[in-house]
Design a protein around this ligand. Sequence first.
Ligand code: F3S
Length: 466
Amino acid sequence: MKNHQLGGQIGTDPNFTHTSHTGHSRAKVKPSDDHPKMKLTPHEQEIYDGKKGDLLQKAMKTVVAYGELFGAEHLVDLGGAPHLAVSWGSDGIEPLLKIYKQLAAGGLKTYAPFTANPKPMDPVHLPVTDQEQAAVDKVYNRMDELSDLNMKLGMRSKKDWSCACYLPEMGNTPSYGDYLAWSESSAINYANSVLGARTNRNSMGIDMLCDILGKAPLFGLLTDEGRQAVWLIEVKTTKMPHPEMIGSAIGMKVMEDVSYITGMDRFIKGVNVETAGYLKDMGAATASNGAVGLYHMEGVTPEAVKKGRDLLNKGYQTYVIDDAELDRIYKSYPDLWRDKHGTPQKVFLGCPHMTLGQMTEWGNRIVDAMEKAGKDKIGVPTYMFGSIYIKDAFEKQNPEVAKKLKGYGVGIPVNCPMMWCSTPVEGAEMVATNSNKTRVYTTARFFFDDVLTELIVTGKLPASAG
Ligand code: F3S
């Protein structure tokens, strides 16, 4: 198929009509269509009928109604590793907090200990001014309440706030084939694509109700049919594509559809500690520039290794990605800084949260560049974001590098950089990032690694970066 021009942002594809953001398009469904009634097991029916209490009944009725809307005929048992996306306590999530409170008061817990997305702020490793802190406290006035409720409802520990919960250091890792009910888009993408687990792109709130029941409706990305690819993505670049660029290109083209990517096994030899960071970042870009919940990569991701091109549906469309296409994608990224040619005020690295390999690579890169330049302080405040588990492992495995970074002024916060940027305190800062996801959701600007490295050392963008 001929590549057609994209405008660079979600919703500009002329072929794009509707997305359900569940990884299961309902574009062709009409209100007059029949919605199948779900067939429940005797135990599920008892819950539905209220024989196990009012709260479980409400949870079951909501989950069943949700499933029926998407054509599900059964519930399935969840397999492991619950993870929740709500991570900010504010008045804006009052309806959710109300539900959480009722569930906790009823003594209910998730089917297994859960982890949650990173909090918006990290006052220890990324402090703000007193004035900003007052604004932050006002916006997130219910953080303690959310944390307490989470612990009552089954959160694994008070340390377990990270979107990369599936990394081995954090250890909330689903197995191949496990059914999940996640709602963090980047984690969903990783679990489905890289681990071969099965989760739809659920909304927040549904994740908790499913986890309380230990069940999810069987539709979309939970089914073999829903995991078939409708796009063939042929990667014909001359070198390994940048993960954010190729992810961005795929997301904008396929929106929420499943794709089968070829040509990447020239560069990526299976899923391992070295490739995990690449696949995580690429997937997060497909999920933020589009709404992709699953991709298959020939010779790399587990289902593609197992089933090969049988994963491609008849009548699939083709999208060719070459060097020129990636260049076009990068040039389509807008500059949303308040001073378009201003000097960046912060550098944010890692969204989704970094893997241990990524933190080690960036740590060494910064140390090498600083030593080469003969400098002992970074030119712009710089932060590498990761879970507390990754931070601890990095500092333990690389004590010399960690010590040097600390001396230079590089921070390792455990919060979410995107939420930090979106927190409404006065005047958005001009942030430079290596993350397409942070770029998509905030005014931060994306730059390649070599540009960011120079910026970190000198405090200035190289002239070539614009
Ligand atoms: Fe994770 Fe926050 Fe980015 S939740 S994916 S670090 S937007």
